[in-house]
Design a protein around this ligand. Structure first.
Ligand code: ATP
Length: 239
């Protein structure tokens, strides 16, 4: 039987003032999928994640999570329902310790009672964060800061994680470790919608992908099928 839809975005338009950044965008994510958003700079990928997490409101269309509308909810309510966004550039609090950064992730009322359990999960995935828990976040390497950002996201007890450009600026070996962690996160039953600038990598790691151009979804499908699309080959693999 096909799995139910966890997240459904239907025909949304999103504006920044008079500028329309998303045009009639629709997307679906099923439980435990890894879905990638691909597209050139400025094609609207981050705007789509920000609209899902309630940081920006769509002017038209709707967003449902577990069958309920979240279109007009505030970001903190959306986090409490189980959607956690890890923004581009990691944005850890540099002058707080690793531990305090993680604690901030567990602030919503649903996650608070599960704090100790979630600490265990985070430290099992990223033992380095336990070793460095008393260190200031700004003293971590780029890869460790990305792990901290993922760890902070996990502390909110998410069902769905929205990950924006996790591998930006990281060395290839560090990127491999981050993706290894991502697969383990999925094994824990958490669903992932990710924005990735590295198209090859995202097609290797995801189950399905949506390709965006100028604020519109222009193609979507299973990664194996997308790899065979002429437009994808031409635009992203130079074939
Ligand atoms: P990148 O890979 O460069 O992050 P993206 O695909 O995530 O790109 P967005 O950041 O969503 O793209 O931007 C989509 C469009 O919206 C761009 O034209 C961008 O200039 C514009 N935009 C983004 N944020 C704002 C803002 N705060 N105010 C006005 N325009 C914005």
């Amino acid at each position: 039987m096909p799995k139910k839809t966890l997240l459904r975005v239907s025909n949304i338009d999103t504006f920044y003032g008079g500028f329309q950044a998303l045009w009639n965008v629709s997307l679906e994510v099923k439980p435990q999928e890894i879905v990638a958003l691909i597209g050139a700079n400025g094609s609207g990928k981050s705007t789509l994640l920000d609209t899902i997490s309630g940081l920006i409101r769509s002017a038209k269309g709707g967003i449902e999570f577990e069958g309920k509308s979240i279109t007009t909810l505030d970001p903190f309510q959306i986090v409490a329902l189980g959607i956690s966004q890890v923004p581009e550039g990691r944005r850890v609090f540099p002058d707080l310790s690793v531990l305090d950064n993680l604690i901030l992730g567990s602030y919503n009322p649903k996650a608070r009672p599960k704090k100790e359990q979630n600490f265990k999960i985070v430290y099992e995935l990223f033992p380095i964060l336990e070793e460095r828990k008393n260190q200031l976040a700004k003293t971590l390497s780029g890869g460790e800061q990305q792990m901290l950002a993922l760890g902070r996201g996990l502390m909110s007890n998410p069902k769905l994680m929205l990950l924006d450009e996790m591998s930006l600026g990281l060395a290839p070996i560090v990127i491999n470790n981050v993706y290894k962690a991502l697969r383990k996160i999925r094994e824990r039953g958490i669903t992932i919608l990710l924005v990735e600038q590295n198209v090859r990598r995202s097609l290797d790691e995801a189950d399905r992908a949506y390709i965006m151009e100028a604020g519109r979804v222009v193609l979507n499908g299973n990664v194996a099928d997308l790899r065979e699309e002429e437009e994808v080959k031409k635009a992203y693999f130079g074939i």
